[in-house]
Structure formats: C-alpha cells, structure tokens
Design a protein around this ligand. Structure first.
Ligand code: ADP
Ligand code: MG
Ligand code: MG
Length: 909
C-alpha cells in the first residue's frame, strides 16, 4: 500500500477546485466520483471531500488509530477547504458549518452505513444556528435529526430485534401523542427541543456516556462508522450474493450541508431523467417542500411531482381533481419555475454527459438549487430496452453500447404476458406461492390435465390447479394459460417444465388445498370450484380470485429493433430446444433459427401413446416390440411433421430415445393394476418387468444409444418416423433439414451401429416413396469419453452437439437431481464459483468442450458444433461458447432472445 510518493487519501470537490472525476470510481466510490464530475461540469454541488477506499482498506487491516493517523492531516485540510467554500467554520458555535457524512462504494450497496446529516451540532451550535437562520424550529429539527441518525448508526442504538420499534421513533410518537398531533411537521421548536433532551437521555441510559458534543469527535466517529459498516453483516451478505470482493472497501464523502428544511422556499427531492418504469423520455421526479434527507421516500407526507406533466398524470391516477392538485400538490414547475428550469438544465447536462438515464438527488435551500447525487438509474427490463434504442436514435450512444446496456436476463420481463395495470388496481390476492415461472395468466380452474386439454380445444382459457404435476400432465400443462400447484419448490416438476414452456406457474402455494375428488380448491374460508376464474402472476407468486385482463408481450417495436441489432452483431446461431410444434412456433417468433434438440421421449407420454409405449416395454419378443412400435410410428410421424412445418427451411435436430425404460412404467401398485387391465398382461408379469428394469444408478444405466443398441427396432421406428415425416412435409412444399442425433455415445462403434440402422432405414423409406431428402447424422458429446476420442467419432459423425447437462454430471461426478443436498453448502463455501448446472463450469467441463471441438475439426474441418444443454440459454455460458468457437447454442424457447442478445454481447467483447 505505502508506495512512494503515495496517493492522497482525501480528494476535494467544490467550486474552487476538484481533484477527482467520474473515472475514479474504484478510489472514490460511485457517489464520490460523480460528485466530483458534477463539480467539473459546473453543476452546483455543496463543497466537500472524499476519503478514498484505500483508507477503508487501511482501517480493515490496521484499525482505528492507525488509519486516523494516516488521514488526519488531509481531513483537516479537507474541512478547511469546505469552510472556505461555504464561508463558515466547523465548530464555530455562533455560525456553524454543518456536514453530511455519506458512504459510497464502487457499486451501490444496500446494507452500508446510512447517511448522517447535520453533523457538527451541539447545545451551543444549535442556538447559533437558530439565531443565524432566524428559524429556531429548523435549528432544533436539524439537531434532533442529527442525534437520531448518529445515535442509530454510530452509537448503535438500533432496536435490539428487527421487529422491535426504533426507540427514537417511540419517543417521537409519545411527544406527538401528548401534543395531540399526527405529523412531524406539526411539532414546534419547543417540542423538538424536548425531543433532543429525551434522545440524549436515552443515549446516556443505554450507552452509559453522553452524546459527543465535540464536532471533531463527532466527525471521526462518523468516518470510522462508515469504514466499520463495510464489514457489517448486511453488507457482507450482499457482497457474497453479488460477487463483490471484500477488498474493494468503501469511500467516505464528507460534504457541507444544504438545507431543504429552511422554510417554504426550501425543498428536497429525487428525479429521473427518463421514466424508470417505461423508459419514456420524460423527465420526472418527486419533491417535498420544507423537508430534509429521505423524507421524500419515507412516505410521511405525499410528495409532489417535479414536472407539470408528471403532476397531471399523478392526479389522474390518484383521482385528485385539477383544482385540488394545483392548490395542494402543485408541481415544482409551477411552484418554483426558475428553480425548475435550473434543474431541467442540470438533468439535461448530466444525461448528455453520462449518456445514460440518471437518478438524481437535489435540495433547494431558500431559492438556491444544489445537486447532491447523480448515478445511472435502475430500471425495468422494458425501460432498459426502450432507453437503449431511443438513445441510439438520439445519437447519444452507438450500437455496441445500446446492446451492452441491456441485461439479457432482464429481457425475461418482456417476453411474457403481464396484467393490465388498471386491472391490477382492484385485484385481491388470495394466496401466495413461489414465482416459479414468469408471466401473467387468467383462466378457469381445471383440476385434470386431460380436461384442460379438452376445454382448451374448445377455446377456453384454463388454469391447471394441482397438488403437484407429473410427466403425464404435460399436455394439459402445455395448453393451460397457467399452472398453480399447492406443493413443490422452484425445481419441482411443474416449475421446471413451466419455465421450459415459458408458461406462467406459481408453485408451492401452501395455503391452497386441492381436493381432486370434490373438484374444489380452498384457501382459508373461500372455496373455488371447477370453472371459477383465477389469475396468477408467475413473476411474483401472487394468486388472485377472478379474471384479470392481461396484455400480450410486445415483440415488435423497440424489442424487435434491439433483437435485429443483436442478430447483426452476433456470430453464434441460436436454435431452440422444442418437442412440440407449439414450442417450435413460439421459438420461431422469438427468433430461433432451427431446432437444436427435440427430445423424442416427451412424445411418448400423452394419452394412448404411453399405453403403446408400455406394451413395447412389456413385450418379451422382438415381434411383440415391433407390433407395439408400429402403433407409435404414426404418432411420432405426425409430431415430426408438425415440427418440420413450423421450422420450414431451418434445421431440425431430433434425438433418439434417451431415458431409461423404467421411467415409462408405473411404479405404484394401483398404476400397475390399471396397466394390467389395459394390456391384458398379468400383474405378476408387469411387476417382474418393472423389477427387471430397476437400476441402482439409472443416470449411468441402460439409456441413450444403449437402448437403441439393445433394441435396434426402436431406433428403426424413430428413423422411419423422421424420414416419412420429412418426405410428407417436402411433398407439401416445405423445405426440410432433418438432423438425427445419437445420444450418450462413448465409442465410435456405438455411433456406427446406430448410424447403420438409420441409413438402412432411410434407404428403405426412400425406396418405398421413390423420393429422397438430404439429412445428417450426428452425435451428442455428453460423456467425457466422447470428448476424449472426439477425432475418431468426428470422422464418422456429421455434427457434434454438446449435451452439457450430462457432460457436467459425468465430469463432476454428481447428478443434478441429487446435488441439491450439498450444492448450496458447496456454493456458500466457494467450492464452485456458481451452480455448474446453471452456468457452465468453464475451467473443467469447458475444457472438454474446447478439446472436442478442436479434435472434431482436425478430422472434419467444417463439422457443425452446438450446445443443447440448458447452458445454451445462460448469458455467461453463451459468452464462453462464443469464445470456444461453436456454431450455435440451443435453449428453451423463452430463452432464445436472451441467448441472441448474450451472443451479440459476446461478439462485441
Ligand atoms: P444513499 O446512498 O442512501 O442515497 P446519500 O448519501 O445520498 O445516501 O444521502 C441520503 C440523503 O441525505 C440524500 O438524498 C440527501 O437528501 C441527504 N443529504 C446527503 N448529503 C446532504 C447534504 N450535503 N446536504 C443536504 N442533504 C444531504
Ligand atoms: Mg443518495
Ligand atoms: Mg443427455
């Protein structure tokens, strides 16, 4: 740290000189760097100085006395500078300079120390302030605020438990009650003086010594408290969650106070240069006359709007008539037109300078405007997109910046239907569950998946309500508007499947009791029947009674433009994982350029199919299996035709059957009995077969191409279904590009054996039909061995698709389904940086991907390479796949736009 000549610890800002600037966020924190930058732009900022993050680091390493010795001299100079700026002396009781002490890390961080205002007051100075301002009420109000804030954040007089009341607020309430008033503003100077006395008595009683009267002692205490807060529990937890290193430290901003509570020509407020909710390019904000600090956001009084336009809009929503509005809630534009114009000028300057939407804090002291903070404003996903596109159009930013301004994950908010704002106003929440899959849905309650299907066919909007869902409910889930389950977490079947479908889902709504026999759902005293209307918000987990109007996602407009821009910059193609024509259609609307993974097993679960599938499994001869497969053939063929139709002109990758057969047979006795009735096979034989299919470790068992190798007739049926469907589609003028994918290959012989069955079947079908189509046979790389021998496999396979879910499981040696027991602990202890099933383990699994790509290309230069695991929709993984040089990623339909944007950002570096 002690380099020579060492860097200063203190950086001054003000009208006379400014030592920092916006580029110095690491040293000065976000707040300090931007305060300095505002000074450089000639915007009025109360003078002050920033103690750098390096001082905080020194405090953490060396403690209080050592750091104070390091910074004391520079802080003294800093205070002297502020004294000059303001023409007042710190500690001069007759006309005191008061200070604010504000924390400010590189990244804005909740949990850090709260700001202390009015520092420097004591029993003498409050008299001086009262005399100089001619406003005793103001002086005592400032003093009681100071004691309250300092007592709370520096002296630690916080309520012992969260649910306890703030002891200061308890006293304030008592004094108000005694006086018979309800608002703080109704307390006069004498009342506030009483508060001060009571506050000080409270502190003495609780801490055992008096409130510090020496301004310097107050200042050192506050500075150290800011350093200390960097390591408090709340801040530490936040840092862990957001990957902020402890070594960054926080800066401390010490600044002259300006007063928004000096009467009716004073005010304080916050403003945004654009609408943070919608992104509309409209300056907006709120303020309060005669107020200080965070009164505006504290919700004690109703804040007024900064602009006339905003004020009118607010009045319309709040049902306030124009006369009342003008009389009681006038805008700043009307109330203080000159100051409004100055504020408007400042916001324009700041936005043009930072070239991003700004979130501003300002205070007006007796007719003079001061800016207290500016930062890039937080915003909704919709606002992110709109602001980026409009700033591009306005020439403020270039295409690359516009693309980087939007967080791909936040696009999620735009892709799903939302409730109409008006409709939500009067809506009644009856229960809450987990926000399992985003979006808004309204429909009539149905309790059974097949009935959901039937009703949906008649054009009814339905909400499927279940205790929990299972693979048999897939069809019903896919046609429902939304899904509500009483049980299950964020990774329950309902939650995972719904997210994949992009369907609104609320899971684990514990207050909901489902009675499948009575066909009712009860919440508390309320009972809902089949056919009753219900609405779900899958983004918040709220369940509403009745029907709420929803609005479809808007995919054109700004969103469409952003996506077109992304496509122009990205190199990776983005395909989709889709098993049904409906999913394929959605994905195509979202810009998928093909299907990267069709899981054919999903096609075996619905209705009569599962029966035929089970017959196939129960058959003990090849002929018996073929007979059962013959029933499945037409169904698969029509599924594939649907996919080819939706993806006309684009590649469709179809994976052969993958999961172990036991997943298709019932494991409970009731189910087995029903199966016996349906098939005429004896219960004993069914049970013996189920027993025989049992595996100790199904994930590493009889699945993937191993199924097709022991039962080639399955592969043959599937290949036939693909080729017949392709020829049928082609006959109707659809351009088809089938790609058949062999799963879970470990050796090239497995691949060759399956490829031979597929080619033979293709020739047979082509001969029968007297027509041919071009097709490809490739493989998944999802066992480590396949990656290791990728050149021998690549010599035979026409494409590689990385099944990163299995590849991760097999490389790490733990399964996704079982990792839940220890992964949270692992992540907390930093064993892995992040969940390897969500974001690819670049250092480990990533190496296998890179290696296999290189080996594959060494034997087949143009070999197509893609990723079809869930990682294909994770922005950080997409960036890695871009760098690894893959050709495409494939992800669930609703993640397609996210992957497209992430791919563009990856290409932009
Ligand atoms: P946060 O990081 O929570 O936004 P700030 O440091 O911005 O905290 O302080 C909170 C509020 O305190 C500001 O919005 C402003 O109203 C008030 N404040 C801070 N510094 C000053 C000052 N120098 N003069 C007047 N008010 C101030
Ligand atoms: Mg602030
Ligand atoms: Mg797999």
């Amino acid at each position: 740290m002690a380099s020579n000549p060492r860097r200063p610890y203190v950086y001054r800002f003000g009208s006379a000189r400014t030592e920092g600037d916006a580029s110095m966020k690491n040293l000065l924190g976000g707040k300090g760097a931007n305060l300095a930058e505002m000074c450089r732009l000639g915007i009025p900022v109360p003078g002050g100085f920033t103690i750098s993050t390096e001082a905080c680091t020194a405090y953490t390493e060396q403690g209080r006395e050592a750091v104070l010795a390091l910074i004391r001299g520079e802080v003294l100079e800093g205070v002297a500078f502020v004294e000059q700026e303001m023409g007042k002396r710190f500690g001069n009781a007759a006309d005191p300079l008061l200070l604010s002490v504000r924390s400010g890390a590189r990244a804005s961080m909740p949990g850090m120390m709260d700001t202390i205002l009015n520092l420097g007051l004591n029993d003498e100075a409050v008299q001086g302030l009262a005399a100089r301002s001619g406003n005793p009420r103001f002086a005592w109000d400032s003093y009681r605020r100071f004691i309250q804030m300092y007592g709370d954040v520096v002296m630690g007089l916080k309520p012992a438990r969260k649910e306890d009341h703030d002891p200061f607020e308890v006293i304030i309430d008592m004094v108000k009650e005694k006086k018979g008033v309800t608002l703080d503003t109704e307390l006069d100077a004498a009342d506030l003086q009483e508060l001060v006395a009571r506050f000080k008595a409270l502190i003495r009683a609780r801490i055992g010594h008096d409130f510090p009267t020496d301004p310097w002692e107050q200042l050192w205490g506050a500075v150290v408290a800011v350093f200390e807060s960097w390591n408090n529990e709340r801040a530490r937890v936040y840092r862990e969650l957001n990957d902020i290193p402890a070594s960054w430290g926080t800066a401390v901003n010490v600044q002259a106070m300006v007063f928004g509570n000096l009467g009716d020509s004073s005010a304080t407020g916050v403003a945004f240069t654009r609408d943070a909710g919608t992104g509309e390019d409209l300056f907006n904000g709120e303020f309060l006359v005669n107020a200080q600090g965070e009164d505006v956001v504290a919700g004690i009084r109703t804040p007024q709007q900064v602009t006339l336009e905003g004020s009118r809009r607010w009045a319309a929503l709040a049902c306030v008539d124009e006369d009342t509005r003008r009389a009681r809630y006038p805008s700043l534009e009307e109330l203080m037109p000159d100051l409004y114009r100055q504020l408007l000028q400042a916001e324009t300057t700041l936005e043009n300078h930072f070239k991003d939407m700004q979130d501003l804090e300002f205070t007006i002291q007796q007719g003079r405007l001061w800016m207290l903070q500016t930062r890039n404003g937080k915003r909704t996903g919709a606002a992110m997109v709109r602001i980026a596109i409009e700033m591009l159009d306005q020439g403020l930013i270039d295409e690359a910046t516009a693309l980087k301004r939007v967080d791909p994950e936040r696009l999620n908010e735009l892709l799903h239907p939302v409730f109409d704002r008006q409709a939500l106003a009067g809506a009644q929440v009856i229960a809450r569950g987990l926000p399992a899959s985003p979006g808004a849905a309204s429909g009539q309650i149905v309790f059974f998946a097949d009935e959901a299907d039937a009703l949906a066919r008649q054009g009814q909007a339905v909400i499927l309500v279940r205790q929990e869902t299972s693979p048999e409910d897939l069809r019903g889930m896919s046609v429902a508007q939304g899904i509500l389950t009483a049980r299950g977490g964020m990774t329950s079947h309902a939650a995972v499947v719904a997210r994949g479908m992009g369907k609104c889902c609320v899971s684990g709504a514990g207050a909901v009791r489902v009675d499948m026999h009575a066909r009712t759902m009860t919440v508390g005293d309320a009972t809902f029947h089949e056919g009753d209307w219900l609405s779900l918000n899958g983004s918040t987990g709220e369940v509403f009674a009745g029907r709420l109007a929803t609005r479809e996602a808007e995919l054109s407009g700004d969103f469409g433009r952003l996506m077109a821009l992304a496509d122009a910059h990205k190199r990776l193609e983005v395909r989709t994982n889709a098993d049904t024509p409906e999913e394929a259609a959605i994905a195509r609307r979202f810009g998928a350029t093909g299907i990267g993974l069709c899981r054919t097993e999903h096609m075996f679960f619905e209705g009569q199919r599962i029966v035929a599938m089970r017959e196939m499994i129960l058959a003990d001869s090849r002929a018996g299996r073929q007979a059962a497969l013959a029933k499945l053939l037409p169904m698969q063929r029509s599924d594939f035709e649907g996919l080819f139709r939706e993806m006309s002109g684009l590649p469709v990758t179809i994976r052969l059957l993958d999961p172990p057969l036991h997943e298709f047979v019932p494991h409970d006795e009731a189910g087995q009995r029903a199966l016996a009735r349906e098939t005429g096979v004896s219960l004993a034989r069914i049970q013996a077969r189920v027993e025989a299919l049992h595996e100790a470790n199904p994930m590493m068992g009889h699945r993937g191409c191993r199924l097709g190798i022991s039962h080639p007739e399955i592969t043959e049926m599937q290949a036939r279904a693909v080729f017949e469907a392709a020829l049928n589609a082609q006959a109707r003028g659809i351009a088809v590009h089938p790609e058949i994918m062999v799963p879970l290959v470990g050796t090239v012989r497995e691949f060759n054996a399956q490829a031979a069955v597929i080619r033979r079947t293709a020739e047979a079908v082509f001969a029968e039909r007297g027509a041919r189509i071009a097709y490809q046979i490739g493989t998944m790389i999802e066992t480590p061995r396949a990656a290791l021998v990728a050149e021998s496999i690549g010599a035979q396979a026409e494409f590689f698709s990385f099944g990163t879910n299995d590849l991760t499981q097999m490389t790490l040696g733990f399964s996704r389904d079982d990792a839940g027991r220890f992964l949270p602990t692992y992540l907390a202890q930093g064993m892995y940086e992040h969940d390897p099933f969500r974001s690819i383990d670049q250092k480990g699994v990533g190496q296998l991907v890179q290696m296999a790509v290189a080996k594959g290309r060494s034997v087949r230069p143009g070999i197509a390479t893609g990723v079809c695991g869930e990682h294909g929709g994770d922005p950080a993984s997409v960036a890695f796949f871009h760098r690894a040089g893959l050709d495409y990623v494939s992800c669930s339909p609703f993640r397609v736009p996210i992957a497209r944007l992430a791919a563009a950002q990856a290409a932009l570096g």
